[in-house]
Design a protein around this ligand. Sequence first.
Ligand SMILES: *[C@@H]1O[C@H](CO)[C@@H](O)[C@H](O)[C@H]1NC(C)=O
Ligand SMILES: *[C@@H]1O[C@H](CO)[C@@H](O)[C@H](O)[C@H]1NC(C)=O
Ligand SMILES: *[C@@H]1O[C@H](CO)[C@@H](O)[C@H](O)[C@H]1NC(C)=O
Ligand SMILES: *[C@@H]1O[C@H](CO)[C@@H](O)[C@H](O)[C@H]1NC(C)=O
Ligand SMILES: *[C@@H]1O[C@H](CO)[C@@H](O)[C@H](O)[C@H]1NC(C)=O
Ligand SMILES: *[C@@H]1O[C@H](CO)[C@@H](O)[C@H](O)[C@H]1NC(C)=O
Ligand SMILES: *[C@@H]1O[C@H](CO)[C@@H](O)[C@H](O)[C@H]1NC(C)=O
Ligand SMILES: *[C@@H]1O[C@H](CO)[C@@H](O)[C@H](O)[C@H]1NC(C)=O
Ligand SMILES: *[C@@H]1O[C@H](CO)[C@@H](O)[C@H](O)[C@H]1NC(C)=O
Length: 490
Amino acid sequence: MGLIKMRPVPVFLIWILLLVTQETCGISKVRGADPQKLHLYENKEGFFHCLNSSQKVPYSSLNDDFCDCDDGTDEPGTAACDGSTFYCENIGYVPVNILSSQVNDGICDCCDGSDEWLGYVDCPNRCVQNGKERIEQMLAEVKIIKQGLKKREELKSLSSLRFSELVNKTKLLQVSIHEAEVLERKAKKELHWLEHVLRVIEARDIVANASVGNLSSHSSGDVVTTNEESSNDLGRTHSLQNEDDELNVNSEKTSDEVYKSTMRSDFVLETCQNISKVYTSSHMLLRLQKLFFDFLSKFPVLSNFFKGSQRKIDTEVLKLCISNLKEHLETLRSELEKNRTELERVQQYFSSDYGPENVFLALRDICLEVDSQGYHYKLCLLSHVTQDSINLGKFSQWDSNYTKMIFSDGTPCWNGPARSTVVNLLCGVNETILKVSEPSKCQYHFWMTTCAVCSVHEMKKLRDEANIILSNLNLTKGQKSNMAHKHDEL
Ligand SMILES: *[C@@H]1O[C@H](CO)[C@@H](O)[C@H](O)[C@H]1NC(C)=O
Ligand SMILES: *[C@@H]1O[C@H](CO)[C@@H](O)[C@H](O)[C@H]1NC(C)=O
Ligand SMILES: *[C@@H]1O[C@H](CO)[C@@H](O)[C@H](O)[C@H]1NC(C)=O
Ligand SMILES: *[C@@H]1O[C@H](CO)[C@@H](O)[C@H](O)[C@H]1NC(C)=O
Ligand SMILES: *[C@@H]1O[C@H](CO)[C@@H](O)[C@H](O)[C@H]1NC(C)=O
Ligand SMILES: *[C@@H]1O[C@H](CO)[C@@H](O)[C@H](O)[C@H]1NC(C)=O
Ligand SMILES: *[C@@H]1O[C@H](CO)[C@@H](O)[C@H](O)[C@H]1NC(C)=O
Ligand SMILES: *[C@@H]1O[C@H](CO)[C@@H](O)[C@H](O)[C@H]1NC(C)=O
Ligand SMILES: *[C@@H]1O[C@H](CO)[C@@H](O)[C@H](O)[C@H]1NC(C)=O
């Protein structure tokens, strides 16, 4: 509403300029008094009642360039009292209260020049010019805010997409980590069994050097599994026959080569795992024996290779199974570790505050770089700041209703505190660093634009300010309609 009114102003102001200069800047009844408090300056039976106390002084002492009230309120228009204020009407711009000590100090403080009423200096009235410039500036600001608000909507949907991605990724990782942990436990158990069996066989060779079958009674007590399960395992292993061709055994290769290439396949790993299952059955060694020879009979080359060395088959294959399984377990563990680290990284995103509606999430990790005063600065939003190779702080918190990012705990200064940085966010169409400064030792200030902080609230503030300026133009009804007329001409 206020904005529509604002648009005609620049052209109209030129016309207002003439109008205002004709007026003699409406001198109020009591110099320097805020018109809203004017009734307090009434002459009450020859006395002035000091504003902030019960003290009263002769009315003639009001603005007599001598401080009579202890609170200083009898001298709004002179510099006689400390702590009192002088009201500048500033017609055409924004009225302000300045310190009375600035009255007649030779410096033009009010844009209407009313503070230098003794005329020590010439203070031309700049209020209308200021108002015009300010309104033009506000129009530009409003334009940016409008564009920024549009961009902010895009940023918001980007952020919510990113949020959902992070949630999904977390879930996926949690599930696959859980599955991998189950697998890891299983593989560990299998490995443990295979190693156990290997030890038993090796011990048997050394101690008894008897036939394999005799050993079954030693280990069968360790395990309890139903017969059904075991016979199923055997049945499944028999079906290997069909996969004979797929193994593509080349009889011209040396049996050792074939042995190695065959043994390294996933197929063998799986078989090893199946074997380990069989080991867990009650008659494991007997079954193992049968399983191996059923298995080997499908591969003539292997069969020949192992012929006449049953114990060697036992230990060689077992050792291979064990090393395969170990390798498998190692891969699983390192992948698991990677996923755990990744999960930790992803979960870190949930520990930060991304402001209203998570709008800042999409800005996280965006890095802006700028060269200033011989240094190279790098600002990674919501993350960290550096000056060349010096750490200027890690993101720690928000301030001022999400318009300041505070970075702390950077590289300590020599003989001083840890470096820290405040990043001031201003409404703008995109992310750009405007300025970098070091106001005090080891404390850095950045100013940057981003659409994330553009707000309707900010626009309202501008409208309010525009309305003050417009109302302070002190237009008559006729002038206002004239202005509306000018607006139509535009
Ligand atoms: C008088 O009181 C008002 C309101 O309490 C305050 O704003 C103002 O600063 C005071 N003025 C002085 C001179 O103490
Ligand atoms: C996250 O998962 C939900 C449900 O599984 C799905 O609807 C959504 O599209 C996913 N989000 C992203 C960004 O992949
Ligand atoms: C076990 O017996 C075989 C012959 O059947 C023999 O070659 C081997 O050396 C013996 N091993 C041990 C450890 O006694
Ligand atoms: C192994 O078992 C066979 C029969 O199954 C038996 O004749 C032989 O004595 C056993 N050997 C040992 C060392 O127990
Ligand atoms: C291993 O056992 C599974 C079932 O437990 C079966 O599907 C698979 O074919 C077996 N693999 C081999 C190589 O025996
Ligand atoms: C690791 O995570 C990916 C998904 O990001 C998943 O596909 C994979 O299976 C996981 N691996 C382990 C070992 O958890
Ligand atoms: C913070 O800013 C939002 C708009 O960005 C506004 O709606 C809210 O009122 C502000 N809160 C405070 C305490 O200023
Ligand atoms: C940001 O906006 C400014 C002015 O609109 C433009 O000059 C600059 O190239 C933009 N930067 C990026 C990264 O889009
Ligand atoms: C506004 O103008 C009227 C005359 O048009 C004048 O009496 C009044 O004092 C002015 N008000 C201000 C605040 O200048």
